[in-house]
Design a protein around this ligand. Structure first.
Ligand code: SF4
Length: 236
């Protein structure tokens, strides 16, 4: 552990008072083993209390602190300073979303799209009295997709969504995959109808940005490809 001097540029913006976003630079000294969230906390608590950003669990579970650091979408709480070969940081809000203030973006539309794909088990058969079991093989099909923490990094990095804001986007489609491929679910036809439209699965052009951006290393593009096959089989 050693002390380092940091030069941190943060994109600031308050829509109520600023005409456009601007860079504000902070110089600070910190330990070299801290995270990006620690750096932001240091700025907020000891240098500039007006800086706005989201944080909650500090354990890479809640997805609140997703942001862009030196050109990469990351979770601030799990990303150490050592991951950047520089003591200069450029911190921006997730691209593609409206800025509420500084690093806080408006996720209403993101969650509205998630709701559209019916993100819960749809059951048309009687439910068991106790646990609703599935085999380990069936669980394997959805386990990785179910690890999504809804941080928004993938959706924010998707060029198809930048070109068409009505596109459902990778996070909502991944959630559709998670339920369509769940052996207990009976809502496949309803969900396939929802994703098989002009703003649904076919807007995914297999660009792979989403996979690079995902802090949980979920193979999003692979799962969306399986959804395309399923949607095609269902149409036939
Ligand atoms: S798939 Fe990955 S990047 Fe996308 S919302 Fe889920 S955890 Fe975040």
């Amino acid at each position: 552990m050693a002390k380092v001097k940091l030069n941190v540029k943060v994109l600031r913006y308050n829509p109520d008072t600023d005409k456009k976003p601007y860079w504000k630079t902070y110089e600070l000294e910190t330990e070299d083993d801290v995270t990006i969230l620690d750096v932001l906390n240091e700025i907020h608590w000891n240098i500039d209390g007006t800086l706005a950003y989201r944080r909650s669990c500090r354990s890479a579970i809640c997805g609140s602190c997703a942001m862009k650091v030196n050109g990469r979408n990351v979770l601030a709480c799990e990303t150490g300073l050592h991951q950047f070969n520089s003591h200069k940081l450029k911190i921006e809000p997730l691209p593609g979303f409206k800025i509420i203030k500084d690093l806080v973006v408006d996720l209403d539309e993101f969650f509205a799209k998630l709701e559209r794909i019916l993100p819960y088990l749809i059951l048309k058969k009687p439910t068991p009295d106790k646990e609703f079991l599935q085999s380990p093989q069936d669980f394997d099909k959805i386990q990785e997709a179910a690890m999504c923490i809804l941080c928004g990094s993938c959706t924010s990095s998707c060029p198809s969504l930048w070109a068409n804001e009505d596109y459902l986007g990778p996070a909502a489609l991944l959630k559709a995959y998670r339920f369509i491929f769940d052996s207990r679910d009976d809502g496949t036809d309803e969900r396939l109808d929802i994703i098989n439209d002009r703003n649904g699965i076919w807007r995914c052009h297999t660009i792979f940005n989403c996979m690079e951006a995902c802090p949980k290393d979920i193979k999003i593009t692979e799962y969306l490809s399986r959804l395309k096959v399923k949607a095609t089989e269902n149409s036939i």
